[in-house]
Ligand binder design. Structure first.
Ligand code: TXD
Length: 319
């Protein structure tokens, strides 16, 4: 059986980490694509030279030619520029929108059967634009944010309860930004919901509220600490979990940005919701009941994504 082919569009911090994880987990051969010339080739060569030591077999190729992604089974997109001092959110949106156009056209021409995972920010608007520009079916294009935001929530909850991260499940839904919605009612330790754990004296409402707030600003906390760039280890792991579920038809239920066609009362946009990922890409969109504050926060989050989509339409009339 031929090895899977995984194309990483953008070979920066997350792209390089993705390539390392694909190798270590033996998920397939890797193509590292970037507009920067030598860098993807350098990273591919460095990683290939780690293979004999680690004992994994994978072909790793760095390139700036889209023809090299031909026939990829999975494309993970991190291409774009980060926000720099003096750059407005709209400036950033304009630049990354153009990047999504180039990437979407490249995938359409060379890897139209791939399962595409977008990571580039602002996530919910970029994955929508990428789907539009690529013309791929909506079940084959998803955005990564919820797995990462939930992992941050799980990490903080596991610390608070002093239990294994493995036993903590958590959901963070909505758009990827300040308005994301950590859903406390659906977060558990081995099936015991967090509100019950509060009643059992494992924590207090105040402490859980603080964890929710810290989760919401989890990306910013890391940006502040790193001083240069944003998180990359956990984002890469999160996208690999999604790719793995697709490649192995695991049907994992993961919070991802998915295209909605009426679910949650929302049409024609990408929002973070629980989905099942299997061999057909998005196998199912799971509609959980959101009540009270969670529902109100979800609505705010959806409106924030709509505003970004309108800004994209103003920037590119083909959308
Ligand atoms: O949860 C999430 N979705 C996120 C998103 C969590 C963390 C970071 N998130 C976003 O991922 C972040 O805001 C960025 O938009 C992306 C990628 O983050 P990374 O840290 O990997 O950024 P880098 O190191 O700047 O890498 C981006 C690469 C860089 O090498 C550029 O040369 C390349 O993208 N780039 C391109 N590649 C291909 N094609 C084009 N047009 C292009 N433009 C830039």
């Amino acid at each position: 059986m031929a090895r899977n082919k995984i194309a990483l569009i953008g070979a920066g911090m997350i792209g390089g980490t993705l390539a390392h994880l694909v190798g270590m987990k033996e998920l397939g051969d890797v193509v590292l694509f970037d507009i920067a010339d030598g860098m993807p080739k350098g990273k591919a060569l460095d990683l290939a030279q780690s293979a004999p030591v680690e004992g994994f077999d994978a072909r790793l190729k760095g390139t700036s030619d889209y023809a090299d992604i031909a026939g990829a089974d999975v494309c993970i997109v991190t291409a774009g520029v980060p926000r720099k001092p003096g750059m407005s959110r709209d400036d950033l949106l304009g630049i990354n929108l153009k990047v999504m156009k180039a990437v979407g056209e490249g995938i359409k021409a060379h890897a139209p059967d791939a399962f595409v995972i977008c990571i580039t920010n602002p996530l919910d608007a970029m994955v929508w634009a990428l789907r539009e520009f690529s013309g791929l079916p909506a079940n084959k294009v998803v955005g990564m944010a919820g797995v990462l935001d939930s992992a941050r929530f799980r990490h903080f909850l596991a610390e608070e309860f002093n239990v294994s991260v493995e036993d903590v499940t958590a959901f963070v839904l909505g758009g990827h930004g300040d308005t994301m919605v950590p859903v406390v009612e659906y977060s558990t330790v081995a099936g015991i919901p967090v509100p019950d754990l509060i009643k059992m004296g494992w924590s207090t409402q105040e402490k859980i509220d603080a964890i929710v707030a810290r989760t919401r600003s989890g990306g910013g906390e890391i940006v502040g600490l790193l001083g240069n760039g944003s998180a990359y280890y956990a984002p890469a792991s999160s996208a690999i979990a999604m790719a793995d579920s697709y490649l192995k038809d695991k049907r994992r239920l993961l919070p991802c940005a998915a295209f909605l066609s009426g679910e949650y009362g929302i049409k024609d946009m990408y929002v973070g919701v629980p989905i099942v990922i299997g061999a057909n890409g998005v196998e199912k969109i799971v509609e959980i009941e959101l009540k009270g504050e969670a529902k109100a926060n979800f609505d705010v989050s959806v409106n924030a994504v709509k505003e970004l989509m309108d800004a994209c339409r103003n920037l590119d009339s083909s959308l």
